[in-house]
Design a protein around this ligand. Structure first.
Ligand SMILES: [Fe+2]
Length: 311
């Protein structure tokens, strides 16, 4: 079987640029996922963010998680749990507004590191969107503009920890889903694995790799490319040993951004009638909120039906 796509971004500056761009194209079309190295975010900053995230979990989150596990009796469940995930999370908003100052238990040092990290991730997200534009034959900046709406993109980081789980066969770390938004950039633990994606009906591990960033495409990029690029199902398997850290940053459209297949990418499909819907991003998010852990196709169909009834 082909191996999980790993892209060395340094090669975009040299002789291997064309081959590297081809690998990104293949990853977007066939995997919905790839992993980038030499992405411009410094190793020192990543190490600081990792250390502070783990310290913050111990200090502010672990006790709360243990109490939740005890209250719900999760240590001793006998049947599969399908209405919750074995994860401890909090969410940091960066754009259009930061919520960092409102989160009471963040140390100044952590807040400062996360601010710098978010700046690097935002820059990387926009760089990657432009690489996708280039591969799609769209003008530079098209995707960024498509995500803009009136207030710019929505950008935030979900900080998660997956503590050791005694029943990983009965409780998922995170149940299978596709991501609703645009492009997702994940800084995952390099020691404790667990992330898997669904490819050709099989669950494949996304390999932990020190100082890499895992990229995946959300539902909106599938719509804009009219299905050329894929938003792919993924899940996290909780582990019996080790605490998995994961920082998933979501670079998404603004709430009022209108999302639709880019006309140039439509030519062939129009003849077959397989055209993705046009909608306002926040309407999609309302639908997604109740259907996150289900297949994406019925969501696209529901948006299509809504489009038809509002014409
Ligand atoms: Fe996800």
């Amino acid at each position: 079987m082909e191996s999980f796509p790993i892209i060395n971004m340094e090669k975009l500056n040299g002789e291997e640029r064309a081959a590297t761009m081809d690998r990104i194209k293949d990853a977007c079309e066939n995997w919905g996922f790839f992993e980038v190295l030499n992405h411009g975010i410094s190793i020192e900053l990543m190490d600081t963010v990792e250390r502070l995230t783990k310290e913050h979990y111990k200090k502010s989150m672990e006790q709360r998680f243990k109490e939740m596990v005890e209250k719900k009796g999760l240590e001793t469940v006998q049947n599969e749990i399908d209405d919750l995930d074995w994860e401890s999370t909090f969410f940091l908003s960066h754009l259009p507004q930061s919520n960092m100052a409102d989160i009471p238990d963040l140390e100044d040092e952590y807040r400062k590191a996360m601010k710098e990290f978010a700046k690097g991730i935002e820059k990387l997200a926009e760089e990657l969107l432009d690489l996708l534009c280039e591969n799609l034959g769209l003008e530079k900046g098209y995707l960024k503009k498509a995500f803009c709406g009136s207030k710019g993109p929505t950008f935030g980081t979900k900080v998660s920890n997956y503590p050791p789980c005694p029943k990983p066969d009965l409780i998922k770390g995170l149940r299978a889903h596709t991501d609703a938004g645009g492009i997702i950039l994940l800084f995952q633990d390099d020691q404790v694995s667990g992330l898997q994606l669904l490819k050709d009906g099989e669950w494949i591990d996304v390999p932990p790799m020190r100082h890499s960033i895992v990229i995946n495409l959300g539902d909106q990029l599938e719509v804009i490319t009219n299905g050329k690029y894929k938003s792919v199902m993924h899940r996290v398997i909780a582990q019996t040993d080790g605490n998995r850290m994961s920082l998933a940053s979501f670079y998404n459209p603004g709430g009022d951004a209108v999302i639709y297949p880019e006309p140039k990418l439509l030519e062939k499909e129009e003849q077959n009638g397989q055209v993705y819907p046009k909608f306002v991003f926040q309407d999609y998010m309302k639908l997604y909120a109740g259907l996150k852990f289900q297949a994406k196709e019925p969501r696209f169909e529901a948006m299509k039906a809504m489009e038809i009834t509002t014409i």
